[in-house]
Write a protein that binds this ligand. Structure first.
Ligand SMILES: [Zn+2]
Length: 299
């Protein structure tokens, strides 16, 4: 016989059911702590250990991660943290993604081995301290990934909100019968008219230069919205730009009015010249401007 001491947030009835199914008749004794009593001989220790280790790398790990993330980020909703923790753990398992150096299946196997030797020493096992001690590194790493997921999802929400705001501003502008071209390169962003002449707006640039945080992209977007052309050709010579790329933002704000250049000489030369010295994505998308809205060295 084995006695597994659980905590109140673990599903004792579920565990007892799974143990019984695999031949180790089990039942729950409620109390503090709740216990699962498992009527089995040592021949079944291996199977029981696998099931208990499975619960530790799923339910227990998820509960622990949620606890940790909620403690670090008390303003996030517990449901959202719960959901992202579940997704992260399922995906890590499904794709065999290492967690603190091992896949979750490997963690489970090593826990199961440790449980079997524990069963041989003592018939009572306290699940929570047992898992705490052995899965600490995995819980810390998954909690960090869940935090990153939540931060990324907050950024996406912010981006969608800013797109909605830009579309609203665009709707307020009368449509003009002009075609503008936007060039997006690793060196910056610029705008020309259909004939290739640079388009800028001194008034907008003067205002923008007073604000340190304004980028060439913000400037270009302001000009595009105030000009409100019926058509924008987006020359994306920086396909590896960090999210969200300016090319994508223009396309999403202007919808059908923005079309992608299929590959003109400027796009190609910008792509080949930026190939070797491309800026890394770690630099971030926001670069303050200290120059006018035009290419650094045309030609
Ligand atoms: Zn082009």
């Amino acid at each position: 016989m084995l006695i597994l001491e659980l905590t109140s947030d673990l599903d004792g009835v579920g565990l007892a059911g799974r143990l019984t199914e695999c031949g180790a008749a089990s039942y729950v004794v409620s109390g503090d702590p709740p216990r699962v009593v498992c009527e089995c001989g040592s021949a079944l220790f291996g199977r029981v250990a696998q099931l208990v280790a499975g619960m530790m790398t799923r339910e227990w790990l998820q509960a622990r991660v949620v606890q940790r993330v909620c403690r670090m980020e008390p303003l996030w909703s517990a449901e959202e943290v719960q959901f992202q923790a579940l997704v992260e753990i399922c995906e890590s398992r499904l794709h065999g993604r290492p967690v603190a150096g091992h896949t979750l299946d490997e963690w489970q196997s090593s826990l199961a081995r440790a449980l079997v030797s524990q069963f041989r020493r003592s018939l009572v096992v306290a699940v929570d301290p047992f898992a705490c001690f052995r899965l600490h590194k995995a819980a810390v790493e998954i909690a960090e990934r869940v935090r990153n997921r939540l931060m990324a999802s907050a950024l996406e929400d912010e981006y969608e909100e800013s797109l909605a705001m830009l579309r609203y501003m665009l709707d307020e502008q009368p449509l003009h019968e002009a075609e503008l071209h936007v060039y997006v390169t690793p060196e910056g962003v610029w705008i020309t008219d259909a004939e290739g002449a640079f388009v800028s707006d001194e008034q907008i640039e003067r205002v923008a230069l007073q604000d340190e945080d304004v980028t060439t992209e913000d400037l270009a977007m302001t000009i595009l919205i105030t000009r409100s052309p019926w058509r924008i050709v987006v020359h994306d010579a920086y396909p590896g730009a960090p999210w969200p790329s300016f090319a994508e933002t223009v396309s999403r704000v202007f919808g059908d009015r923005a079309i992608r250049c299929e590959g003109c000489s400027t796009c190609w030369s910008a792509r080949t010249s930026s190939g070797s010295g491309r800026r890394g994505t770690s630099e971030g998308r926001v670069r303050p401007i200290r120059r006018r809205l035009a290419p650094d060295s045309p030609g």
